[in-house]
Ligand binder design. Structure first.
Ligand code: PGA
Length: 255
């Protein structure tokens, strides 16, 4: 049985003090469920202090991004090697990295390899734009991203991988995907991983949904067979909403 995974992506919000206050509130309000793992991805400024503050039985820490070289003349970058020992997880290829910062699948595949090399568990984000969907290209886009992003990794190296299906048109828009759209896309992601690495890899793979997840829709995604978790943006900044989403995951029947 795969453990459910609820990850909160705080994006570029909250200074170090505000981050500490929100973690405190979460620790007071989150119920611990044996079947649900909770991961918080704060700004890189806050990962170090939160690593000292956080109760790791309740929550784990994740980074939002990591550079693919371990060290060197890369002004402004933070490497996976630097994050090793501080975070347990790292997002890779989030749609904002792809679309705001122009990250290609080539860059993302190198980042994924760096995260794995540094023994951090990756959450790879994939998803189509509204134009891709309107053009009937959703499966092609997902296929191309999965194949290109995973190309540097062996079956052994993807053992800890999670893939988040995040349709770009649903992120931060309130325009969330319908469960049958999520089912179709997440099944297809599983199918691609099975083709690449075989049935065991697919069975172990955790697949998440992300895009305008709120307390009132969280359970409808978690009830989908093959969906093991959620990547939550906006609602993860509200401790009451995030705690409700974690509880919905526990109550769900999905995976
Ligand atoms: P959202 O963000 O929940 O605010 O739509 C999701 C994400 O970017 O991972």
């Amino acid at each position: 049985m795969r453990k459910k995974l609820i990850a909160g992506n705080w994006k570029m919000n909250l200074n170090t003090h505000q981050a500490s206050v929100l973690i405190h509130r979460l620790e007071e309000n989150l119920e611990t469920h044996k079947d649900v793992e909770v991961v918080i991805c704060p700004s890189v400024m806050s990962v170090q202090p939160l690593n000292l503050q956080i109760n790791k039985r309740k929550m784990k820490l994740g980074a939002q991004d990591a550079f693919y070289e371990d060290e060197g003349a890369y002004t402004g970058q933070v490497s996976a090697a630097m994050l090793h020992g501080v975070v347990e997880y790292c997002l890779v290829g989030h749609s904002e990295r792809r679309h705001v910062f122009g990250e290609t699948d080539d860059v993302i595949s190198k980042k994924l390899a760096a995260v794995v090399r540094n023994r951090i568990k990756p959450i790879l984000c994939v998803g189509e734009t509204s134009t891709d969907r309107a053009d009937g290209e959703t499966k092609q886009v997902l296929h191309d991203q999965v194949i290109a992003d995973l190309r540097n990794l062996t079956a052994k190296e993807i053992q800890e991988l999670a893939i988040a299906y995040e349709p770009v048109w649903a992120i931060g828009t309130g325009d969330y995907a319908k469960p049958d759209q999520v089912k179709e896309a997440t099944d297809f992601i599983r199918h691609n991983v099975r083709e690449l690495y075989g049935p065991k890899a697919e069975q172990d793979l955790r697949v998440l949904y992300g895009g305008s997840v709120k307390p009132d829709n969280a359970k409808s995604y978690m009830d989908i067979e093959g969906v093991d978790g959620l990547l939550v943006g906006g609602a993860s900044l509200n401790y009451k909403q995030f705690a409700q989403i974690v509880n919905s995951a526990h109550e769900s029947t999905g995976n």
